[in-house]
Design a protein around this ligand. Structure first.
Ligand code: AMP
Length: 418
């Protein structure tokens, strides 16, 4: 059932606790923490502007990094308050705590339309433990709860779940923010009955991360295209050689079962027929953990499905790029999650960028609905200069995958139904 959203609320003069995802990348520059990418902050603006217009008193709660219950100064949300004020064009108050007297006093003097950002909720261990007493303290300053942090909704933490339970028990409304609403629409509703052909592109490092998603999508997709290191475990399942490629030997049986399910369901399931390969060579240089750095040398195209013993698959090859491109060009719905190769290295980014380009072209020329399932595929789209040219880009990594697996996300389940 659809969830209640901020559009359905009457919040004039009410204290609205909004859980946002401000887990932004930061870096120390000249003794100060500087935000490297403010996308996550920008993405909450529609919800915040709506709440401001409706005259809510807005209290923002968020986490940053993994301080594990310690007041780690480099993980303070203070710089985010300044950035948000810039973006909103109005003051944003900040309290260096997320519960307690100081917070309660500040909330007490908020006027309709005012915005207050609380300090990192993960400065308290009780947040991740979903401690009821801590959730109660968070709930003390709110009449209404809004969750706009899809990326954190797969965790049952105090600020994503516990606090909503308490507010709901008191009769307060719990609703999805506009960003959360879009995530649920595109990753949920739109994929329930997709326009066909529905093409799913999956890549990335591990089969184990995505095997459940594959299982679920085999129920819906017409074609599944596999790339990334994941492809080599599928190659093993098909009896092919993978040389020194990254594989998960304990997942070969699962991969075989997925291939069998695809056959039984009539789903076209493609793995790379050629690859860019390179030779891994141990160097004298050590990485941060004191382990020898492995360099990938002599990259070349290996035009056959088997990979020689001394080499490692690092990207999909040109023939595969062409085949995948043709499939993508004919798609009406596309879901893409995970790069086709080690795209962080420009030598091995060609496959991922080609897929990104094909997805954008299908969106523009074939009116395909293209949904990018978060994480590294979003980074790849940005690097290829193609962001904002797809239908929808998810803000959740792990949350997107869990949602696509059909799992109930605790931070969503707790919101009121329409
Ligand atoms: P994931 O988080 O599972 O989407 O995986 C993304 C990571 O997979 C990226 O950092 C890629 O560098 C990595 N990756 C993709 N293809 C390969 C490959 N052939 N070998 C090793 N790592 C890969």
């Amino acid at each position: 059932m659809a969830k209640l959203t901020v559009n359905d609320l009457n919040v004039r003069g009410k204290r609205v606790l909004v859980r946002v995802d401000y887990n932004v990348p930061m870096e120390e520059k000249g003794g100060q923490m500087v935000i490297n990418d403010d996308t996550r902050i920008r993405e909450t603006l529609p919800t915040l502007e709506l709440l401001i217009k409706q005259g809510a008193k807005i209290i923002l709660a968020a986490h940053l990094g993994r301080p594990k219950g310690q007041r780690e100064p480099s993980l303070s949300l203070r710089p985010v308050a300044a950035k948000l004020a810039d973006l909103l064009g109005r003051p944003v108050a900040f309290v260096d705590d997320c519960i307690g007297e100081k917070v309660e006093k500040t909330v007490g003097v908020l006027q309709p339309g005012d915005v207050l950002l609380l300090e990192n909720v993960r400065y308290y261990q009780e947040e991740e433990a979903n401690d009821p007493a801590f959730a109660e303290k968070l709930a003390r300053v709110a009449d209404v709860y809004v969750n706009d942090a899809f990326g954190a909704a797969h965790r049952a933490h105090a600020s994503t779940e516990g606090v909503a339970q308490i507010i709901a028990r008191r009769g307060g409304k719990c609703a999805a923010g506009l960003l959360m609403e879009r995530e649920l629409k595109f990753l949920g509703g739109e994929l329930e009955n997709p326009a066909r052909p529905f093409v799913v592109i999956l890549g990335g490092a591990k089969v184990s991360d995505k095997i459940n998603v594959i299982g679920r999508l085999l129920e819906k997709a017409d074609t599944i295209l596999i790339g990334g290191a994941m492809a080599y475990t599928f190659k093993l399942a098909r009896g092919l050689k993978v040389g020194r490629s990254l594989v998960e030997l304990d997942k070969v049986e699962m991969a075989k079962a997925a291939l069998e399910k695809a056959r039984a369901k009539g789903v076209q399931f493609l793995i790379p027929t050629d690859n860019t390969v390179a030779t891994p060579v141990k160097t004298d240089k050590l990485n941060k953990k004191g382990k020898p750095i492995i360099e990938l040398q002599n990259p070349r195209l290996n035009s056959q499905p088997n990979i020689p013993d001394t080499e490692e698959g690092v990207d999909i090859g040109t023939a595969t790029i062409q085949t995948y491109g043709q499939v993508i060009a004919g798609a009406k719905t596309i879901l893409w999650n995970g790069p086709m190769g080690i795209f962080e290295d420009p030598r091995f980014a060609q496959g991922t960028f080609a897929v990104a380009k094909a997805v954008v072209e299908a969106t523009q020329k074939n009116s395909a609905k293209s949904i990018i399932g978060g994480g590294d595929s979003v980074k790849a789209l940005n690097q290829a200069g193609l962001s904002h040219q797809v239908t929808f880009t998810s803000t959740g990594g792990g949350a997107s995958l869990e949602f696509l697996e059909g799992r109930v996300l605790p931070g969503v389940a707790v919101l009121n139904d329409k």
